[in-house]
Design a protein around this ligand. Sequence first.
Ligand code: ZN
Length: 53
Amino acid sequence: MKLLRRLGCLVGRHERWRERVWRDGSFYKGICRHCRVPMVQDAKRRWHVDRGR
Ligand SMILES: [Zn+2]
């Protein structure tokens, strides 16, 4: 596991991993390509960290 993370991740601006997006019900989900944090797309097509609910 990498200790060094991208600066964007540290400030909450994760980079969605385009090749790792899947559909979960009516939402698209994905992960950050640097730190693998789970992400979810909202109704406005903006990506957020998926905090579980
Ligand atoms: Zn990240």
